[in-house]
Write a protein that binds this ligand. Sequence first.
Ligand SMILES: Cc1ncc(COP(=O)(O)O)c(C=O)c1O
Length: 327
Amino acid sequence: MMIAPANNIRYYSLARQAMVEALLLAGIGRGDHVLIPELICKDVVASIHTTGATPIFYSVDEFLNPINLEMNRPVAAIIAVNYFGFPQNLEIFQQACEKFGAVLIEDNAHGFLSSDSSNLSLGTRGDIGIVSIRKSLRIPDGAQLIVNSTELSKNIPNQLPYIHAPLGVRFNTQRLILDIQKHLHLPLLKWMRSLVRLFRRIKTGSHLPTSASSAEYENIISSGPRDSSMEQISRLDVSNESKRRVRLYNSVSESVLHCNIRPIFDVLPPHCIPYGFAFYGSHEAATEVQRLVSKLGVEAIHWPDLPESVVATAPFHYRNLWVVNFL
Ligand SMILES: Cc1ncc(COP(=O)(O)O)c(C=O)c1O
């Protein structure tokens, strides 16, 4: 059964497209300023540039809370990020939005299925929310725009048609490998990932995926998701997937207890469904984590590919952040 979007929800291929639509819905365009954390990937910056607006960066501390949202100029929208599915405290953002008459956009790209301690679904707490479902499920696309403000929901864009296309070779191959792996008890996916990393290192000089500096100026064009991805989303067993993620969080936490790293979050808050296990550490420490968690079938990745204007002055905690991804 295909998902029919609720009145206040629209589906897109990518969350960066949902972000463009959120900004446009908020009336943002050329001449406007949008407040965004420095700790962010280039794709979100591209969403702001696509509307013609200018990003203004705020810094975040080691616990990923904003340090200061006091600005010397008005901003039209403020983006708050629920990093790795952990709920951001929105109070300070709401106060800043009231001061400027700005729209609060809750970037919940990482937090599909996650809620805050009052059991409010992440992505439903700001004026507008976005979710990147494809980051939590093995599907090539799928993202949500959630319009929570009654006023703004009057102008929500029409749902773009779903694209009639299969999941694709890469995704089907990964699934097949996972199925075979279950029967053979061999770490096939790990071997495949090592191969991909080797090819990437030969091609780009680094085993980590990188994006061009121009990525933050890419003009983003919205499209609907594939019908095949939407079907996978509708088939998801939410309860099982949530339990799997919480179990993995606990297993990874235990496995890396003696590594020379610092987990970003001390505890998993109630109702939080984590995107992964996030930590600070050197490259060597992350390699050791990778070695330990690979038996759980998960992978440590470096995040994020910082915007160019942030890289030059990025503190240690922006540059040495890793996440064990629970895909
Ligand atoms: C915090 C955050 N927001 C938005 C996005 C964009 O998501 P998508 O890749 O689905 O466009 C990302 C991508 O990494 C992200 O990390």
